[in-house]
Ligand binder design. Structure first.
Ligand code: ATP
Ligand code: MG
Length: 260
């Protein structure tokens, strides 16, 4: 157990959660290295939500509300760190969550199903159809994303395949590109502004997952008061490349002016 007084409490707690998910067979080995890469970029941005990230979070919230069929795509890292927050966000939308794994095995699918269903509250939400956990049942996960190998490209018709907007926390570049090529609006959450995912997505939120999801939920709730026109105005002038450039500037200025 990490003591609460530890100056790096939150970061260490997240690391523990990721390790625990690995031990439970939810996360692949590569998920551990992906987490470490995220941690290092979080140091560079100062472990807080930047103004630029908040801007893309607001735009993403409006886009999610304007969507007809938004789907939240989740992988091992997302489940390890943000299972409950993802459920809460999806309930504010249409309840669709789809498991989308880079390393898909029958065993990992089973472990993920268990991780959701062993939580009584979440289990009841699935039973009462408040949320839908897609991407695990082979009978309905039978569509294929073009240009990806068969296991990595498996999606459900009701979920990612027919979605107009996909929120992909921690996606890999290839799949992001494939989704964009299918004409989808892709919102990613990625601490690395240089990753292919960050550069290929329609909207890139350069922020840490556990800071970001509650903020998305907050703005989705708040923006429900707005009409379509107002939401469209929030989205209208957003420029993802510009936003990424601002973040790189922010990081380099922060490093140049840092007192050691
Ligand atoms: P590509 O360049 O193809 O996108 P990648 O190496 O970035 O490849 P992954 O290996 O899937 O793709 O890495 C996942 C990404 O998730 C990393 O870029 C890392 O910075 C980011 N990441 C890891 N943990 C978190 C987190 N907790 N919050 C936000 N981003 C994270
Ligand atoms: Mg990536």
């Amino acid at each position: 157990m990490v003591p609460k007084t530890h100056p790096r409490y939150k970061s260490l707690l997240n690391r523990e959660k990721v390790v625990e998910a690995f031990d439970k067979g939810i996360l692949a080995k590569a998920g551990l290295t992906a987490h470490g890469r995220g941690e290092s970029f979080d140091y560079l941005i100062g472990e807080k939500t930047t103004t630029e990230a908040l801007h893309s979070i607001k735009v993403a919230s409006a886009v999610l509300l304007l969507a007809e069929n938004p789907v939240i795509s989740i992988n091992g890292n997302t489940i390890a760190l943000s299972k409950h927050d993802i459920v809460e966000l999806s309930e504010e939308l249409n309840g669709k969550i789809e498991v989308n794994l880079f390393y898909r095995t029958k065993e990992r699918e089973e472990n993920i199903k268990k991780a959701f269903e062993e939580d009584k509250e979440i289990y009841n939400k699935i039973k009462n159809k408040k949320i839908k956990l897609l991407g695990l049942d082979p009978a309905t996960t039978n569509k294929q994303i073009k240009n990806l190998d068969s296991l990595r490209g498996k999606v459900s018709e009701e979920g990612i395949y027919s979605a107009d907007v996909v929120l992909v926390p921690l996606e890999d570049g290839d799949r992001t590109e494939a989704l964009v090529n299918m004409g989808k609006t892709v919102i990613c959450i990625d601490l690395n502004p240089l990753s292919r995912t960050a550069r290929k997505s329609t909207i890139t939120i350069v922020d840490e997952l556990t800071r970001c999801i509650p903020l998305l939920t907050k703005y989705v709730k708040e923006y429900k008061q707005k009409d379509k026109k107002e939401l469209e105005n929030i989205v209208k002038n957003y420029d993802n490349n510009q936003n990424l450039k601002s973040i790189l500037n922010y990081i380099s200025n922060r490093l140049k002016n840092m007192e050691i």
